[in-house]
Design a protein around this ligand. Structure first.
Ligand code: PMP
Length: 449
């Protein structure tokens, strides 16, 4: 790596990273000329791949016209068009689109709109948002309060109002059959129990990631779960909010992951794939019946300076057009099936892989010390970190966390851009295979002891 002066930048830790030079399609190059295959689309963001010419052209065109117009002063063609395209792609009735700059902002916006709707409709006693553990809904204090992942939340606990959590379904770890609808009911019942225990009249909303993201490692809900939690929310007049920040815009093989179960939430939040990394952008989409009373009562007391930024919206429009033009939802479905079966092939050869799961191109595998007991790898191995490093050195970017459905363990997310071909998948699997061989050689002595 090129010698560099000390950095004034800081993010998580002290480790320096290679300096990015260029990115095209599924590949990225650092300034030393090393090539990486972006096997995690950054953080499951770059769904349409890097440097798409049509998106860049649309952004250039918008930049020549206007890059900023404050939302309380102007509407723009770009923001109107994106709102229209978004409403057309979300379920009937969800026609109100509120722009933000990222996932946490989208989640905050949904929580606050839900609360204002409750106040505007004479249900001021409703304020609790039930969520699941593990889950990830963002890093701002409101979104963090409903995040179920202690390593991220613990330092901030005294600064947040505690919100009720229920366990996220993790059938395989609990020894249950994910395809048996009884399993779905078993986990959904936990929502009802929580509602009854807290007092149904105090519950505002249930926030759910349709397919778990980084917090769970692509855990897919068991049969019947999503349908049943929708019913429970209806029974108690509770809003169902789908956090599709990661799953939205085709990642799981449908435009929205909730479509897999035919479930219609009251609100949907999206971000990552929405502008696919070209600009910071997100959206909260709400049912008309939630927004109208709030507007009637004086308006939504919420909004960010950069909301509806013309450049961001122009990029968003062009990204959605590319998703359609290239048929990326269908490609995610088809290539996801290919990649999943290739990961299962690796699991058959490497007993250190205990589970392969996910939908579309939101896929993960996890490490176990013993495939029968599903015991995790020892913490000291820092497998989640070490494996990612080995893959990185081999030219493959993957994403990982030290958690398996909320308990000890390590999972690795493999989520390439939705433009991947079988040739790219061959390349990904080859690099995973090599990385697994090298990783096994390192950890085997520790496991044998
Ligand atoms: N919700 C989910 C499901 C996410 O995956 C993320 C980001 N990983 C967020 C919310 C927060 O998004 P952001 O980092 O853009 O604020």
């Amino acid at each position: 790596m090129t010698e560099r002066p000390p950095s004034y930048l800081f993010y998580q830790g002290r480790n320096r990273k290679p300096v990015l030079d260029q990115a095209r399609g599924v590949y990225m190059w650092d300034v030393d000329g090393k090539r990486y295959l972006d096997g995690s689309s950054g953080a499951m963001v770059c769904n349409i791949g890097h440097s798409n010419h049509n998106v860049l052209a649309a952004m250039r065109e918008q930049m020549e016209r206007a890059t900023f117009g404050y939302r309380l002063h102007f509407e723009t063609e770009a923001s109107e068009k994106l709102a229209h395209m978004t409403a057309a792609r979300t379920p009937e009735g969800l026609n109100k689109v509120f722009f933000v700059s990222g996932g946490s902002e989208a989640v905050e916006s949904a929580m606050k709109l839900a609360r204002q709707w409750a106040v505007a409709t004479g249900q001021g006693q409703r304020w609790k948002v039930i969520s699941r553990s593990p889950s990830y809904h963002g890093c701002t204090l409101g979104a963090l309060a409903i995040t179920g992942y202690a390593p991220l939340t613990a330092p901030f606990d005294p600064m947040m109002r505690p919100m009720p959590k229920i366990p996220a379904p993790r059938a395989y770890l609990d020894g249950l059959d994910p395809d048996d609808p009884i399993t779905g009911l078993h986990y959904a019942d936990m929502l009802e129990e929580c509602i009854l225990q807290e007092g149904p009249e105090t519950i505002l909303a249930f926030m759910v990631e349709p397919v778990g993201g980084a917090s769970t490692g692509a855990l897919v809900p068991p049969a019947g779960y999503m349908e049943r939690v929708r019913e429970i929310c209806d029974t108690y007049g509770i809003l169902m909010i789908a956090d599709e920040v990661m799953t939205g815009v085709g990642r799981t093989g449908r435009f929205l992951a909730t479509e897999h179960w035919g479930v219609v939430p009251d609100m949907i939040v999206m971000s990552k794939g929405y502008a696919a990394g070209y600009v910071p952008l997100g959206a909260m989409v709400a049912h008309d019946r939630l927004v109208d009373p709030v507007l009637d009562e004086g308006g939504f007391q919420h909004g960010f300076t950069y909301a509806g930024n013309p450049l961001a919206c122009a990029a968003g429009v062009a990204v959605l057009e590319e998703v359609d033009r290239q048929g990326l939802c269908a490609n995610a479905d088809a290539m996801g099936a290919v990649l999943k079966s290739r990961l299962e092939g690796l699991m058959a050869r490497y007993p250190i892989i205990g589970d392969v799961r996910g939908k579309g191109l939101l896929l993960a595998f996890e490490f176990v010390a013993d495939p029968h007991t599903l015991a995790p790898l020892p913490r000291e191995l820092k497998a989640y970190d070490r494996f990612v490093q080995i893959a990185y050195e081999n030219g493959l970017i993957v994403y990982s966390r030290r958690t398996r459905g909320g308990i000890e363990g390590d999972h690795i997310l493999v989520c390439p851009p939705l433009i991947v071909t079988e040739t790219h998948i061959d390349e990904i699997v080859e690099m995973l295979d090599l990385s697994l061989t090298q990783f096994m050689a390192e950890v085997e002595p520790a496991l044998a002891v």
